[in-house]
Ligand binder design. Structure first.
Ligand code: ZN
Length: 420
């Protein structure tokens, strides 16, 4: 069963989430993934490598433990490694083949034929001097612990070669750690809403249920290389807890080292990562053949571009987005029920004093900048010049999260307005 095993991803259609063995999964592109990592790695005075690695260990360990205890047939290391390879490939993280031949309970040397992080770092930023694939390092640590029934943090992984350094592949040395590493506990599904409120949608011309159904049937799974090329980007179906643990963990580290005022630094940095996400993923979707085949025929005016894109966002596993108010080229108010950021934040930290949905804040601004300020309807090239114009230009759109579940509100609300 090891060769043909395919991980089961359950769609929670009432909460607009996707769950794979207890771990919520969200679609995000390589631009967001490596930009977010670069942001977190950037401050030289912080050691963020353990953060980036241990968060992945946490998610993989939690997921595989759940899988091995609920599915039949995972009694041997061979079958367990097969499942770990299959998940890695299906979700677009790359290709780990023959794990069972590469390691024993004592460790070994693992070669990833393809790595999403290693490969896409190189194509986005060029080569670097040090290994880049902290995600796969952590993933392997979680896999090893789950396969051999060890506690999380039992194995330490060192990436020896990395595609982002110019090596042919990424290789990882796996060995037992001298002492147990401190792996955060995954919040799993997180703090879920019991039920989502019924909401009035603005009357656009978009048939959202039809779009959700069509997008759910797109084969957005890893190809023979373990990559998901789609909409002009490389997608991953990433653990939402990975994003939450590294983003909020980064903020926590900054504050610990430099004081509480650092929230004024981390917030714009993490919102900027949201701009990068919107620009590339939303921009890519709104230029794609799928958009022009499926959504464009429903569009009767520019406002429908917003409604159509929000419908597409609702297929990403990010929670439920609803357009509350839209004044053309002026103002957008979005409601998000059960955002993956708030589900995770509340579960990890409890109630916050400030709004915490950075990705959705950046994404909401990006929506208006792409559709009104930058006119994505002309299929503009998604290059650095266009990005700078959209997000650094005079009179562009900015977003503020005015209500957030993480601070006790019953939903998150985003107001996007024009800057002076
Ligand atoms: Zn929020």
């Amino acid at each position: 069963m090891t060769e043909i095993f395919e991980p089961k991803i359950d769609i929670d259609s009432t909460r607009y989430l996707s769950i794979c063995y207890g771990e919520p999964m969200v679609f995000h592109c390589h631009h967001y993934n490596v930009f977010l990592q670069q942001t977190i790695e950037d401050p030289e005075y912080l050691d963020t490598k353990p953060l980036l690695t241990n968060a992945a260990a946490s998610c993989a360990y939690s997921q595989l433990k759940e899988m091995f205890s609920t599915e039949k047939g995972f009694d041997s290391p061979q079958s367990r490694f097969g499942a770990a390879e299959s998940i890695f490939k299906t979700l677009g993280f790359g290709l780990l083949e023959g794990l069972k031949n590469q390691v024993t309970e004592n460790g070994g040397l693992v070669r990833a034929k393809m790595s999403h992080y290693g490969y896409t770092w190189k194509i986005k930023f060029g080569l670097r001097d040090t290994p880049a694939d902290f995600f796969t390092s952590g993933y392997l640590s979680g896999v090893m612990s789950a396969v051999y029934n060890k506690p999380a943090g039992y194995y330490v992984i060192e990436e020896k070669e990395c595609a982002a350094k110019g090596d042919n592949a990424c290789t990882f040395e796996v060995k037992a750690a001298d002492s147990l590493l401190s792996i955060p506990k995954s919040p799993g599904k997180g703090s879920l809403l019991t039920r989502l409120p019924e909401r009035e949608r603005l009357p656009g011309n978009i048939d959202e249920p039809a779009i959700l159904k069509a997008l759910a049937n797109l084969p957005l799974v890893g190809n023979e290389e373990g990559l998901i090329p789609a909409f002009g980007v490389y997608l991953t179906r990433m653990y939402s807890n990975y994003y939450n643990l590294i983003s909020y963990g980064f903020e926590e580290l900054l504050i610990k080292h430099k004081g509480p005022q650092m929230k004024n630094v981390s917030r714009p940095l993490l919102i900027e990562a949201g701009h990068v996400c919107a620009f590339n993923t939303f921009g890519g979707i709104m230029k794609s053949p799928e958009w022009y085949g499926l959504i464009f025929p429903m569009i009767k005016n520019r406002e429908d571009w917003v409604h159509g894109m929000v419908a597409a966002i609702n297929a990403l596993g990010w929670g439920k987005w609803t357009v509350k108010e839209l004044i053309p080229n002026e103002r957008l108010v979005l409601i998000v029920d059960g955002s993956y950021e708030s589900n995770g934040y509340l579960s990890i930290y409890g109630k916050s004093k400030t709004p915490e949905c950075y990705l959705a804040t950046g994404g909401s601004a990006g929506l208006m900048n792409l559709i009104y300020y930058g006119d994505i309807t002309t299929k503009s090239a998604l290059d650095q010049n266009y990005y700078n114009r959209l997000f650094k230009g005079k009179g562009n759109f900015k977003c503020e999260e005015v209500l957030c579940r993480s601070k006790g509100d019953d939903h998150c609300e985003f107001v996007v307005t024009k800057t002076a």
